[in-house]
Design a protein around this ligand. Structure first.
Ligand code: NAD
Length: 238
């Protein structure tokens, strides 16, 4: 397991033009997220839910990674065993900056360009790029013909990748948080039990106890990232 765990959230992609959930002007304000991101959203509001993720997927096509994605991806390539890149984001901007989605980035909450079979005993996933779900095999699983869904973890659903997250923490010596409010995944305990830690957000969050971190950078990720990478490289070089 990696010595350095870097956990990112919507904030790392904000400068690439992808809305965060909770910042002002974010997705919470534009959409009633309770209708489209809950465990029962596909049963109760199927068209609205599929349409929401179709739009998010289409928007992704022309989005580009920013300086933070690029420096983090270079760091991962330089120290493949020592660095774990873990993200709550469902976008593909780490992948667009050169990382492999299966082996180099851990997506905790799913992946927007993938769809999954709704039949639990099949549950196969398929890469569909930026197209609408209904444009891919008429929205049906090519293997068992059951309906497909976005490969996204909705609120209230099990998140199988959380187990990998806790495994990564077993050897973590340096914990970095970039662009997450900590409302979905709590980061306080992880900071408390890790000897070195850095927090980078735009501003304080009520879910994060900043005093538990060794360094706090309230600035844009693209402005903080060079210092963060330098600190990590200094640590790994010691
Ligand atoms: P959040 O919206 O709750 O919090 C965003 C955090 O990012 C805030 O703390 C804010 O201060 C910080 N931030 C905003 N702009 C920043 C910048 N330029 N540099 C550094 N920090 C910045 O996001 P969350 O904690 O990731 O939780 C939201 C959930 O929504 C996640 O589960 C995620 O899956 C999902 N989501 C994903 C995307 C995406 O894939 N890009 C976008 C929106 C929401």
């Amino acid at each position: 397991m990696a010595k350095v765990v870097i956990l990112s959230g919507a904030g790392v992609s904000a400068e690439s033009g992808i809305s965060t959930f909770r910042d002002s002007g974010g997705l919470w304000e534009e959409y009633d997220v309770s209708l489209i991101c809950q465990a029962d959203s596909l049963d109760k509001n199927e068209d609205l839910t599929l349409d929401f993720y179709d739009k998010r997927r289409a928007e992704l096509e022309d989005k580009q990674p920013n300086y933070a994605h690029k420096l983090l991806s270079e760091l991962k390539k330089k120290y493949p065993q020592d660095i774990a890149i873990i993200t709550q984001n469902v976008d593909n901007l780490f992948e667009k900056s050169g990382l492999d989605s299966n082996t180099e980035v851990l997506h905790l909450h799913g992946f927007l360009t993938q769809v999954r079979c709704r039949n639990y005993s099949c549950a196969q996933t398929f890469e569909i790029g930026y197209q609408k779900i209904e444009s891919f095999n008429e929205g049906l699983c090519p293997t068992c013909q059951s309906k497909l869904r976005p490969d996204i973890i909705f609120f209230g659903e099990a998140a199988p990748m959380y187990e990998r997250l806790s495994q990564e923490f077993s050897d973590c010596e340096f914990f970095v948080v970039i662009g997450t409010s900590g409302a979905v995944i709590g980061v306080n305990a992880m900071a408390q039990f890790t000897p070195n830690s850095i927090l980078n957000n735009l501003e304080p969050s009520e879910s994060i106890e900043a005093s538990l971190f060794n360094k706090v950078l309230y600035e844009k990720a693209s402005e903080a990232i060079a210092e963060i990478v330098e600190d990590i490289e200094t640590y790994l070089g010691e």
